[in-house]
Design a protein around this ligand. Structure first.
Ligand code: SF4
Ligand code: ZN
Length: 737
């Protein structure tokens, strides 16, 4: 490593450690430190040292350890980066540890963050997990500093979005010219986020752009985000620093993009990132660093040409991106899925309150379908008439293929939402006859027309479903008469599909489907998906598993024939147990499909909801990821989630997909839905009719209202009183424990 870098890093580390000591001592040992909505305290410190830091007093021994590490003295747990560069990288790690304490103090005393979201809560990490495993997110760019000008910032971020990379932003250029080597005039004092705002770019997690804060310290939020992945998904225990560092190096596809400005502290922190295998790509003239022990490829590289920067980043971190080449006049990528088209930007809309609109996909004979044919029948949006902003709309997709099955129609139809949304400037909400589509003024100006919806569906269905469809044609109708005529036919089929799914039971199928998609993060985790129980992420049903297996026979979804029934009540079969044992790397010997208490399914980390026993009530409660409040077991979702996950079985706790609550097989071994005593109101409402129907089937139509929510009770005590008041059926059930 170049002498310059070592010198800068050494100075930076010394400065940060000194500043941290001074600041902590001034604050006093009783001052609280910490971050919101996490179960991992100060995650870097918790992960590497297994220390639960809550006050400045708790920080002091850790600070001493970091100061030692900076001088290459191993702390008590032996933490030390191996290899020739170990001593230098250790300085970097000491710097990160110190910065984490500083920011935790600043956060607790409300002085941080400014200009960003600051600490990233656990729930966002969980939400992103599934997007990372299914490839919607290919990697994470931590962008430090502003681009050379606003145009370049926009261009850069668009390139990242097109490649499905999430951008975390922090740092700003020094305000006074000449304060750094290369702060271009237009970047002075600005942050990357401000440059994007100037260009009107939509910012937010949905758009893959997250500002962390306007100072360089905020970069720590990217690091303590990465370090929670092995704790949440990887099954690592705090303190297992070797496994944690190795996991981040191998499985967290993150890299740093350092722009416009560098100083000693940035170098010191950068060394810390390198220790975890996170490479740095910069537009600055700095000494280059080839591959080191911890990185996959180059550790530090310069690329001054912004046009080449993104591909250099992907290459350096070894990220492979599948970019869909779709022939439409707007940008097209998963990163545009969450983008909104607001009223002020609106050019045309369909559905919602504006007009009658629906989408429908069906399969037909190979001979009858002309692949790639897209017809718009009726006026297009350049022909709507003066002052008119909406048209009726029917999107009719016909597919054919030798391996196509009727069962796959609803699955393909559901993709219309995603595929249309990926187009920049087009918004799609809902599905079936509840859809709502908006086209922005900008997309229209670029040449987007209704026929492009057909172009997109044709290309994307081929791209993702080529194993089951060979031909696709699309007809788009925009006259009221056509839409009125076609809608009743579509509705009839929607109903038939719903009935077919409702009629499917675990008994009526011979095989369940496995899902091991999450093994890239939770190596021992296996989901078993039955006809009446979907995957815990909520994204995969039995039919999805079947289609996915047809598309990719050696992929993550395999049919597993149930085989010999071992226990009817618990839902255990010989073959299922054998399969889970094998695929969980021999960590899970048996698994019940229907029990919470006896060998329940394991959880990876991306569960929609958690079920937990409430011992006082002889029942169970459920909380979903978006509920921030307290639950009757005295824990929030975030805290509860800390005890479930990493691919382990935790009797009494279970991660589940939302819809499983309304299934006949919901915890049937423990008595089913009548065990449920508490759930957030929002979740109750989201389940709506499905829950009511299930209660009626049970002969307990009043059960929905007997289940408490946060508006009735918050503690276990209040809960018990409430259950007695409403005569909840759980009172007469056999003891749960
Ligand atoms: Fe992960 Fe299970 Fe969802 Fe598959 S079904 S993606 S393993 S959570
Ligand atoms: Zn998962």
């Amino acid at each position: 490593m170049s002498e310059v870098l070592v010198q800068m890093g050494t100075k930076g580390a010394d400065a940060v450690l000194a500043l941290t000591r001074q600041t902590l001592e001034k604050a006093g040992k009783d001052t609280a430190v910490g971050f919101p909505e996490t179960n991992y305290f100060l995650p870097i410190i918790y992960g590497l040292f297994n220390a639960e830091v809550k006050t400045v007093g708790d920080c002091m021994p850790i600070l001493a350890a970091a100061e030692g590490l900076n001088k290459n003295i191993k702390p008590a747990n032996g933490f030390s980066i191996p290899g020739a560069l170990g001593p230098v990288l250790n300085k970097g790690c000491a710097t990160l540890v110190a910065i984490e304490m500083l920011t935790a103090l600043l956060t607790a005393t409300k002085q941080h963050p400014k200009g960003g979201i600051g600490f990233i809560p656990d729930k966002i990490l969980r939400q992103l997990g599934i997007q990372l495993v299914d490839g919607r997110i290919a990697g994470v760019a931590v962008i430090l500093g502003p681009a050379k000008d606003a145009d370049s910032a926009e261009k850069l971020v668009r390139d990242f979005q097109t490649n499905s990379i999430v951008c975390l932003l922090c740092g700003s250029a020094p305000a006074s010219p000449g304060a750094s080597d290369k702060a271009g005039d237009s970047a002075n004092g600005k942050t990357f986020a401000q440059q994007l705002e100037e260009k009107g770019v939509q910012i937010g997690l949905d758009n893959y752009i997250v500002p962390l804060g306007d100072d360089y310290l905020s970069a720590i939020y990217a690091v303590n985000f990465a370090i929670r992945a092995p704790l949440i998904y990887g099954g690592f225990k705090p303190g297992q620093w070797q496994g944690i560092a190795d996991y981040v190096q191998k499985r967290v596809p993150a890299f740093i993009v350092l722009l416009s400005h560098v100083d000693e502290i940035i170098v010191a922190a950068g060394l810390g990132a390198l220790a975890f295998g996170v490479p740095i790509i910069t537009d600055l003239d700095v000494p280059q660093l080839p591959k080191i022990d911890t990185t996959l490829y180059e550790a530090l590289v310069t690329e001054k040409d912004y046009k080449k920067l993104v591909s250099k980043c992907l290459l350096t971190r070894g990220i492979k991106v599948k970019v869909a080449q779709i022939n439409v006049p707007v940008a097209y990528a998963a990163a545009f899925e969450g983008e909104r088209v607001r009223k002020e930007q609106l050019f045309a809309e369909f559905g919602g309150k504006a007009s009658a609109s629906f989408e429908f996909l069906t399969s037909g004979n190979i001979e009858d379908i002309e692949d790639g044919k897209v017809e718009v029948i009726g006026p297009d949006i350049d022909n709507m008439g003066k002052g008119v902003k909406s048209l009726p709309l029917a999107i009719m997709v016909e597919v054919a293929g030798r391996k196509m099955q009727k069962d796959f129609e609803p699955i393909l139809e559901r993709q219309i939402h995603r595929f249309v949304n990926y187009a920049q400037g087009i918004m799609h909400i809902g599905q079936r006859d509840m859809n709502w589509i908006r086209v922005s003024q900008e997309a229209f100006n670029k040449g987007f027309r209704l026929k492009h919806i057909g172009v997109i569906l044709h290309a994307m269905l081929h791209q993702e479903y080529s194993a089951i469809v060979d031909k696709i044609q699309v007809k788009i109708y925009t006259s009221q008469a056509d839409v009125d005529k076609l809608l009743p036919q579509a509705k009839k089929v929607y109903d038939q599909r719903d009935e077919r799914i409702l009629g499917m039971t675990d008994e009526s199928v011979d095989s369940f489907y496995s899902c091991t998609l999450c093994q890239s993060f939770a190596p021992n985790h296996v989901c078993m998906i039955s006809a009446e129980r979907l995957g815990l992420c909520g994204a995969y049903s039995w039919l999805d598993g079947k289609a996915s297996h047809e598309i990719n026979p050696t992929g993550p979804n395999q049919p597993v024939e149930k085989g010999q029934l071992l226990d009817q009540k618990l839902g255990q079969w010989k073959n299922i147990n054998d399969y889970v044992y094998e695929k969980s790397n021999k960590t899970i010997e048996k698994m019940s499909m229907y029990s919470l208490m006896d060998s329940p399914q394991s959880s990876c980390g991306c569960f929609e909801c958690i079920v937990a026993v409430v011992p006082e009530a002889n029942g169970v409660m459920i909380v979903h990821r978006d509920f921030p409040g307290m639950t009757p077991v005295g824990m929030t979702f975030t805290t509860l989630a800390g005890s479930v996950g990493g691919g382990v079985q935790t009797p009494g706790f279970l991660g589940i997909g939302k819809l499983y609550v309304a299934s006949k097989k919901f915890l049937s071994a423990e008595g089913g839905l009548p065990r449920l005593v508490w759930m957030p109101k929002e979740l109750k409402e989201a389940l709506g009719d499905k829950l009511k129907t299930r209660c009626r089937e049970l002969g307990m139509p009043g059960l929905v209202d007997q289940i408490a929510d946060e508006t009735n009770v918050t503690t276990a005590e209040e809960l018990v009183a409430y259950l007695e008041k409403v005569k909840h059926p759980v009172l007469n059930m056999e003891p749960l424990i």
